[in-house]
Design a protein around this ligand. Structure first.
Ligand code: PGA
Length: 254
């Protein structure tokens, strides 16, 4: 059975003290009210919080920590960058790769993301690889092609043996931070498409094992209908992950 994952992407938010308070509120609640089997929570704070949020997860077996980004080299003269090996040394487990904000604001191309995916995997971490179309691309009815190419260009060079170590997040760009989520039907349609494309390349057994998360204005009041879709295995949550009660309400819908 594939994992159901609710990941909180804090983006560039939260000072140090507020971030630790948010993380500990979430983790304490999960300890008190255990999640359903197969459900895991991933917290993706900024780099400044990583070490201490990892420490807060000690003693849990269903809360993990992600970085929001990384470089593709192991080390070297890359001022301001952090490598997957450095993240692994902090016991971070996941890295968000290819978020649309990284693609659109920081020039991350499918080619760069391919290198990041490889680097994350070779450090023993799990990429949460983001795909998704812009509003114009959806209006032009090329959204399936866009998402397929993102998968082909950055992920489908991987051998079959690596696919169990991949999480995919479908995040339509027009839904991120806009309050306008994809409908359950739109999400299911794209998730099924992604699973079908994976199946064509790697076989249905692997396709069925890959968790595909939905992201884009996922909130406590729409999480239930989105997560009820057969091919939606949880969510990548931005704005609503910054308040522990909201995030926990979403977690409990998984
Ligand atoms: P949002 O962000 O939930 O605020 O729309 C989702 C994301 O960017 O991962």
């Amino acid at each position: 059975m594939r994992k159901r994952i609710v990941a909180g992407n804090w983006k560039m938010n939260m000072g140090h003290a507020d971030g630790l308070l948010l993380a500990s509120s979430v983790i304490e609640d999960v300890k008190k009210e255990p999640l359903l089997p197969g459900v895991i929570v991933v917290l993706a704070p900024s780099y400044i919080h990583l070490k201490e949020v990892v420490a807060l997860t000690v003693g849990t077996d269903n809360v993990f920590v992600a970085a929001q980004n990384c470089h593709w080299e192991k080390n070297g003269a890359y001022t301001g960058e952090v490598s997957p090996d450095m993240l692994a040394s902090l016991c971070v487990k996941y890295v968000i790769v290819g978020h649309s904000e990284r693609r659109s604001m920081f020039g991350e191309t499918n080619e760069i993301l391919k290198m990041k995916v490889d680097a994350v995997l070779s450090a023993g971490l799990i990429p949460i690889f983001c795909v998704g179309e812009t509003l114009n691309e959806r209006k032009s009815e090329i959204h399936f092609t866009i998402v397929k190419n993102q998968l082909l260009d950055s992920l489908f060079h991987l051998p079959e043996s690596q696919m169990p170590n991949i999480v995919i997040a479908y995040e339509p760009v027009w839904a991120i931070g806009t309050g306008l989520n994809a409908s359950a039907d739109q999400a299911q349609e794209m998730h099924l498409y992604i699973r079908t494309v994976i199946g064509e390349k790697y076989g249905s057994k692997i396709a069925e094992s890959v968790s595909i998360l939905y992201g884009g204005s996922c909130k406590p009041d729409n999480a239930e209908s989105l997560f009820a879709c057969a091919d939606v295995d949880g969510g990548l949550i931005g704005g609503a992950s910054l308040k522990a009660p909201d995030f926990l309400r979403i977690v409990k819908k998984a």
